[in-house]
Design a binder for this molecule. Sequence first.
Ligand code: ATP
Length: 331
Amino acid sequence: MKAWQFKVLRRLADGEFHSGEALARALGMSRASIWLAVRELGAAGLEVYKVRGRGYRLAQPLSLLDREAVLRQLGDDAAHFSIEVLDSANSTNTHAMQRAQQDVPGALVIAAEWQEAGRGRMGRTWHAGIGGALTFSLVWRFTQGMGFLSGLSLAVGVALMRVLRALGIAEAGLKWPNDVVWRGGKLAGILIEMQGDMLGPSTAVIGIGVNVRLSDTVRGRIDQAAADLETACNQPLDRNQLLALLLRELRQVLEVFAREGLAPFRDEWQRYHAHQDKIVTLILPDARQERGWARGVAEDGALLIETETGIRRYHSGEISLRPITPVMRNG
Ligand code: ATP
């Protein structure tokens, strides 16, 4: 998505009809460029209606990510963050990893309306549609070394869950090590990357992708069950407000984590654990599978699995957990 395509999106965001001719005139573009931009918006997950004689219209009005709106929502807490909202980024984590080298006042937040190449763990892809997702990265500095951060993605999961509970989403849960699920579908993902020294200090780039409203186009690209917030809480959500809520909660959790690690969050994580005391399959790096009872997490974030030979600890690395009971699809 290019800057000129975003200009068209901003005009269409009100959900009203705009003729191709009026858009072309207002933006100083050709009608063919407007048509191309609309086609790209469709490919990016937006539903755009075209009606002969009236022009183009979004299926529903769209409130775009807006730095000022996030700052307003944060109120006094805004002073703790340095927020940048981009139309488009390669991936907010990649961008934030580069920016993390620079000194900025407060914790740096990079949010993007569109990611060219959103990422999951182990080179996997994170899909997000324009206007229907919240994708951002938060850069957080720790005096400790990278080893101290092993349970960080679990603490971040707790922060996400607190916000979802506050929104009234009772059925959301956590899947080790980095997902938030709702009725068996993935609602949000966490991707943490680190810079620094084993002995400290270190920097974590905490990437978060939340499905706010999944369009059919985006849903069709995801090769596993997915869920979205608006379905889960049965109401439209303002993404700027959501970002502010998440940042406020993340700050509280990260400040405690920086002092005490995962320990203060461990019980809470287990209460949210979608597979606690259920039988699961683990896919190991060499593709072997192991089965056992999920017994929660250790204080360093390791997953505890009870097998016939006793409790085993698994560190996040390249291990994937899969439920073996049938999951309920959302909808
Ligand atoms: P693991 O259990 O190992 O974390 P995972 O499949 O959850 O496995 P992640 O790296 O956490 O892998 O997330 C990337 C995966 O999530 C993609 O391969 C895809 O299957 C799925 N995915 C991508 N985009 C979305 C989305 N917007 N909503 C839900 N799921 C998505």
